[in-house]
Write a protein that binds this ligand. Structure first.
Ligand SMILES: [Mn+2]
Length: 426
């Protein structure tokens, strides 16, 4: 539930008085409120007075003055006008558009108690039209981004591709999006960057799809899924990107929302336009298992759970966990284990080279110090060590040891934690 009140604080961007201006027909409106109030009148003098007023409050006072003659039956249009105002505001201000999209499918409420039409009213049972319009706008701007990706892709051969060393989610997301785009008549090709798969067994058992291996990026167009670092791809060749982590500033016009898995995000984005098959839904659910350590990771949120349940995949999670959960094999040498689940992350100008280790408690006690002391030698600066018994995450960043009190394999979460705790400067 997203409850906002007035234009202040974290959620203030949702309010009509927030200072996010936009253009319509060559005219600049300072706030959505300016637009809404100005739309009540045909009289140019009043209109201009509203547009030129310096604050939304002033605009509202002029607009509500009963001495000013409104358009006939304005009340019949007012919901449409308000939708337009809010839509223009969010579609022309990318930073708050992103914030709005990040609220996923949560209910939005304007907590104004003296307003039972736009807000929730005194008994919280008001019409809350403002909240509903924000939800509609959220849906619309998300769809605009999808339309943009599809439009960019027409009449081109487009490679749908995930990260290097593909895991289940990256591999399947690329496949799934290529299927969906084909249904929109895009010449989409399912591709991987290499065949050095993580989750080998799970991929072998479930993802029997033909792919192309692409290593020369120079003469091709791409749509990136899951972990959108360019990694050698020219920015101008990227037609779109969909990711369930917020990590890079390398690609513009991307859809980047925190979801349990990239395939789950793709499902949520396209479910109103593409009929997912029973099999596809099951594989989406498996991608969630794979990316959340079989639903035990903190990454699996209550919003994710709603969607996961909606997939109705009927999966015995503990059975899958027994079969596919692979901890680090400590009979292997340190070098290959450090680079088994290895990724680079960019934080500002810094590059974080992180290795993910999965172990039970006994192996943690036995090997942790050994691996930490090998970091410098192998040029790794972040180890995320997940203990599957204690459900605790041990983090080593350069010379700093941190015990993260939850179980997570989300590097993004850990990096944000390091930044917030000032261990890591942006
Ligand atoms: Mn993923």
């Amino acid at each position: 539930m997203i409850d906002f009140y007035k234009e202040f604080g974290n959620l203030g961007y949702l309010a009509n008085y927030s200072h996010h201006g936009f253009y319509k027909d060559g005219i600049f409106y300072k706030t959505a409120e300016h637009y809404y109030q100005a739309s009540k009148f045909n009289d140019l003098e009043i209109k201009n007075k509203i547009i030129n007023s310096s604050t939304p409050k002033e605009a509202s006072m002029i607009g509500r003055d009963v001495n000013n003659k409104r358009i006939d039956n304005f009340k019949n249009y007012k919901l449409d006008v308000m939708f337009e105002a809010v839509y223009l505001k969010f579609s022309q201000n990318k930073d708050i558009r992103t914030k709005l999209i990040e609220t996923r499918n949560q209910t939005i409420r304007e907590m104004t108690v003296k307003e039972s039409f736009w807000g929730v009213g005194p008994n919280l049972d008001g019409l809350n039209h403002m909240g509903k319009i924000l939800e509609k706008v959220r849906y619309q701007v998300k769809n605009d981004l999808i339309d943009q990706i599809i439009a960019n892709s027409y009449k081109k051969k487009v490679y749908i591709i995930g990260h290097k060393k593909p895991d289940f989610d990256s591999f399947f997301s690329a496949y799934l999006l290529s299927r969906i785009l084909k249904s929109f008549n895009v010449d989409a090709i399912f591709a991987v960057r290499d065949e050095d798969f993580i989750d080998k067994k799970m991929i072998n058992d479930w993802l029997d799809f033909k792919y192309e291996v692409v290593t020369d990026y120079s003469d091709k167009y791409f749509i990136l899924v899951d972990h959108n670092n360019l990694d050698g791809i020219d920015k101008t060749h990227v037609l779109g990107a969909i990711d369930h982590h917020k990590i890079t500033g390398e690609v513009s016009d991307l859809i980047e929302i925190e979801y349990a898995s990239c395939a789950l995000l793709i499902y949520d984005l396209f479910k109103s336009r593409y009929a997912f098959s029973f099999k596809e839904k099951k594989l989406i659910a498996l991608s969630v298992l794979s990316d959340t350590e079989f639903l035990s990771s903190s990454r699996f949120s209550s919003e994710d759970k709603k969607l996961y349940d909606e997939l109705d995949a009927n999966i015995d999670v503990s059975q899958f966990k027994r079969k596919y959960l692979i901890t680090t094999d400590f009979s292997m040498d340190i070098n290959s284990n450090l680079f088994y689940d290895f990724k680079e992350y960019r934080v500002g100008r810094r590059i974080i080279k992180r290795s993910l280790i999965r172990s039970y408690s006994a192996d943690k006690d036995k090997y942790y110090n050994l691996y930490v002391s090998a970091m410098k030698q192998y040029n790794v600066n972040l180890i995320i060590w997940c203990d599957y018994e204690k459900l605790v995450t041990y983090v080593r960043y350069n010379d700093i040891d941190i015990i993260y009190p939850y179980f997570t394999t989300s590097t993004n979460l850990i990096i944000n934690y390091l930044v917030n705790e000032k261990y890591l400067k942006k």
